[in-house]
Design a protein around this ligand. Structure first.
Ligand SMILES: Cc1cc2nc3c(=O)[nH]c(=O)nc-3n(C[C@H](O)[C@H](O)[C@H](O)COP(=O)(O)OP(=O)(O)OC[C@H]3O[C@@H](n4cnc5c(N)ncnc54)[C@H](O)[C@@H]3O)c2cc1C
Ligand SMILES: NC(=O)c1ccc[n+]([C@@H]2O[C@H](COP(=O)([O-])OP(=O)(O)OC[C@H]3O[C@@H](n4cnc5c(N)ncnc54)[C@H](O)[C@@H]3O)[C@@H](O)[C@H]2O)c1
Length: 463
């Protein structure tokens, strides 16, 4: 028997859970938001915010160094960089997030939640919450450890330590050259660590076009990062206080810290999924309204990393807005339009997921990064326009568009180069809006900006 009943109970108070709860309340419902660690979740304290705070000063300094006549001899002060990072994570205090919840009329509940029945959640202290209209799982993801001999027996950094440490290690070995590995290698190299980055493939960022990984590799090498490509860690041990990493190919590295950045898995191990016939540890498969597949009664929803759809804060919050709106509409007896691009569906997950890798150079992409059929035409160009030349001496960058040649619309855009992140939203609008290229022609880029590359791309297409 539930001790307290809400219209909606959200498990996991990260950015995504917060958005579900707030949106449901805006729709006229009551919502409890249960969090067992810190309200605000990974993004606020150990992911997006601190990682970008660590990267930004180094990116700015590198930009300054590319510009003759500006601030000769500037250098990073790690203590100041850490202090600014600490301010962005509110010194790991979630008080302001709790205040926000109170202001948004969301009931913030501290505790570890498990699903114990239909529309029922039980907290670690045994108290039971009822959820009249639905339970929404937003428990996020946790780092995945690869099966490397000895790894369980040594002290390692995960992304949490890599984003919260306040001492620069002498040598940092980074296992995994995805987004976390690339970003954190550069941040710590620029803060003064000797960084050894281990990539299983020929370049970092294997999910991006080769030119992106190659450009980022060059940027990392310029910062002194030693990149070990086509390499695996075979054995890990502790030797005289250091972490020894033995690599395929025979090289041995001794590290002050070993960062394991080999991906993440959904946080569903201890959530009571077995009670509803699902498998603990699996991602929660959802339809575009966030409804979890394979559970009767239409009461279990999920959003964010836990669904395994797109492990990005903005995309999780987008799904969260849909879930909150769906629950409010269903509770009020209003129809829920589940057709693509309705406000109740996270349709963009299938077509236009924007992501920025905040390395130097930056990688910004949305939609397809490669052609996937003979109807798709892929066009690559150097970013070499008046705007880029003025932006930084020796500016190098690349742009790719993937065009649906039958409909003459964009399916994907990728930019690589200094300060391309802010160019991404224009691309996202073009892809989501399916703006015909012949109309895009009339979106004239201001002179002289890096965006002039849009005109070059359309000319290259034949307009
Ligand atoms: C180093 C790093 C950098 C990143 N940078 C970016 C970036 O720049 N941009 C971007 O878009 N994305 C970035 N991401 C990804 C982003 O952090 C995630 O996509 C985002 O945090 C997912 O939000 P979420 O709310 O789904 O999960 P989380 O933020 O993980 O929140 C889940 C919450 O649920 C709580 N919880 C779990 N189980 C329970 C339970 N049983 N009971 C109660 N509470 C529970 C957890 O304590 C946690 O607070 C980065 C990730 C990493 C690791
Ligand atoms: N700027 C951003 O938007 C941002 C920044 C960081 C993280 N994130 C998100 O967080 C998620 C997790 O990031 P991540 O970098 O941990 O995961 P990822 O999946 O991006 O990269 C993991 C990398 O580890 C490699 N790998 C796997 N097993 C390995 C092994 N045994 N040895 C060496 N390499 C191995 C993989 O090939 C892959 O390149 C990503 O999906 C990303 O979307 C986003």
């Amino acid at each position: 028997m539930a001790e307290r009943t809400f219209d909606v109970v959200v498990i996991g108070g990260g950015a995504v859970g917060e958005n579900v709860a707030a949106r449901a309340v805006q729709g006229g419902l009551t919502a409890a938001l249960v969090e067992h660690e810190r309200f605000g979740g990974e993004c606020s304290y150990w992911a997006c915010m601190p990682s970008k705070a660590l990267l930004r000063p180094g990116n700015l300094l590198a930009a300054v160094r590319r510009m003759p006549g500006v601030a000769e001899g500037a250098r990073l002060d790690p203590a100041e960089v850490f202090a600014r990072r600490d301010a962005f994570v509110s010194n790991w205090d979630d008080g302001s997030q709790v205040d926000w919840a109170r202001g948004a009329d969301v009931e913030a509940v501290r505790g570890r939640a498990r699903i114990t029945g239909e529309r029922e959640v039980t907290l670690g202290d045994g108290s039971v919450l009822g959820a009249k209209h639905g339970v929404v799982v937003c428990t996020g993801s946790v780092p995945r450890k690869p099966p490397v001999e000895g790894l369980d027996a040594v002290h390692v950094w995960t992304s949490r330590e890599a984003t919260s440490a306040s001492r620069v290690p002498g040598t940092l070995v980074v296992l995994g050259a995805g987004v976390v590995g690339a970003e954190m290698s550069q941040a710590w190299a620029r803060l003064g660590a000797r960084v050894e980055l281990i990539a299983t493939g020929p370049r970092p960022l294997p999910r991006y076009p080769d030119f992106a990984g190659d450009a980022v590799a060059e940027g990392l090498r310029a910062d002194g990062v030693r990149l070990h490509t086509e390499t695996r860690a075979e054995r890990v041990s502790t030797v005289e206080g250091k972490v020894r990493v033995e690599l395929s190919g025979g090289t041995t590295l001794d590290a002050d810290e070993l960062l394991v950045a080999t991906g993440r898995r959904p946080a569903t191990d201890d959530l009571g999924l077995d009670v509803v016939g699902l498998t603990p540890g699996d991602p929660l498969e959802v339809d575009d309204t966030g409804l979890v597949s394979g559970v009767d009664g239409e009461w279990l929803y999920a959003a964010g990393d836990v669904t395994g759809r797109a492990l990005l804060t903005h995309q999780g919050k987008y799904a969260a807005r849909a879930v909150g709106d769906v629950l409010a509409a269903k509770a009020a007896g209003r129809p829920v339009d589940t057709t693509p691009w309705s406000r109740y569906t996270a349709t963009a997950d299938h077509h236009a997921v924007p992501q920025v890798v905040f390395t130097d150079p930056e990688v910004a992409s949305v939609g397809l990064t490669e052609g996937e059929s003979d109807r798709h035409r892929v066009l690559d160009l150097d970013i070499a326009v008046a705007g880029s030349a003025l932006h930084a001496d020796g500016y190098t960058g690349k742009a790719r568009i993937v065009v649906d040649t039958e409909r003459e619309v964009l399916l994907g855009v990728t930019f690589v180069g200094q300060d391309v992140a802010e160019m991404l939203h224009a691309a996202t609008i073009a892809v989501v809006g399916e703006v015909p290229l012949r109309r895009l022609w009339h979106a004239v880029p201001a002179f002289p900006t890096i965006s002039e590359v849009w005109l070059r791309l359309l000319e290259e297409y034949g307009l």
